[in-house]
Design a protein around this ligand. Sequence first.
Ligand SMILES: Cc1ncc(COP(=O)(O)O)c(C=O)c1O
Length: 388
Amino acid sequence: MNLEVIRKDTLGCSDKIFLNSAGSSLMSKAVVDRMINYLYEEQQLGGYTTAGLYTDEISQFYEEAAKLINATSANIAFMNSSTDAYAKALSSISFKEGDCIITTNDDYISNQIAFISLKKRYDIEIIRMKNLSDHELDLHDLENLIRKYSPKLIAVTHIPTNSGLIQNVEDVGRLCKQYNILYLVDACQSVGQIVVDVMKMKCDFLTATGRKFMRGPRGSGFLYISDEVLNQEMAPLFLDSNGGQWTGFDEYQLNNKAKRFEHFERSVATLLGFKEALKYANNIGMANIENYNRNLAEKLRINLQNNDFRILDLGNQLSSIITFCQKDGKIEKIRKILNENNVFFTVSNKNNALIDFTLKNVEYAIRLSPHYFNTLEEIENVSDFLLI
Ligand SMILES: Cc1ncc(COP(=O)(O)O)c(C=O)c1O
């Protein structure tokens, strides 16, 4: 990893300490240039002719996304966001009254809301597996729940938005395979941050976004769909002409690739920008990025602990999302110092992490999320600013 080159490619990191990659990260120059240049061509030629000139480059998007998660390009669909991907995956499952979804206490707010919406419409049951005392998922409890409820779906967020936890998605995947249960992984915060391998996770669906640790543009994401799901002819509830071919007045034939989950209309400029971001991460190598990130996050967590803050991250495997508050639960002093020193960060609120923050008994947390364009020096500087 050549940090000097990476920082030169990242124009936004020169005049601030940017620690908000879990929110919306800094795009590299290559990502922005590709989108702008593509739009200039659209300005001249119109959208359809321009897209026709770049079919090979468009297909590279699928190859780069597949490479990132150890899949093949036929299993990748471009999406507008992680939530878009999640909704389409859920809509392909024919829920009926009495079905059950098993999820975790740490699953993302919008996923929880989607499950509640399914519950309201179809009267399904939502069950959240237990955590052990070290906050790892209780796999024994999960296996008991599977035997008792025969769930239709198990859904786990790999890295939650509001804490440093990395959930054990691989062992959950083993159980899903063993009991033949559909498995949906939300990898929105993990893609681009750590190695994500769908073969090891054994998931049926995996959802991802572009703008966070992937460093892609807003309005981009992808959905991975397993061969098993594609072969079972599962498809989103509302297909369009990309998803199926209209073969008779009342008939259509499904697209046999993951593209069945896409809609025809999309921003090609955004897709190509996202492709550049995926290529950039693949070229550096996700294992290199993960190692570098782990160092930064560990250093920052130790420093903040030494500064006498309350670190809110629980679990044995921790990510580059660092959440903390003052010992009295307040955050105002921290927020003020970070703002005064041009440090970019997020405040997580309890209503976005209702279960987690209720259990931790906090209303807010400061969230810092360093990424591989950050330096150890920046981490030390932020820690020094926060000596209060
Ligand atoms: C864990 C997780 N899942 C899903 C999402 C939703 O992503 P998007 O806004 O791209 O739909 C987020 C956004 O913060 C997230 O952190």
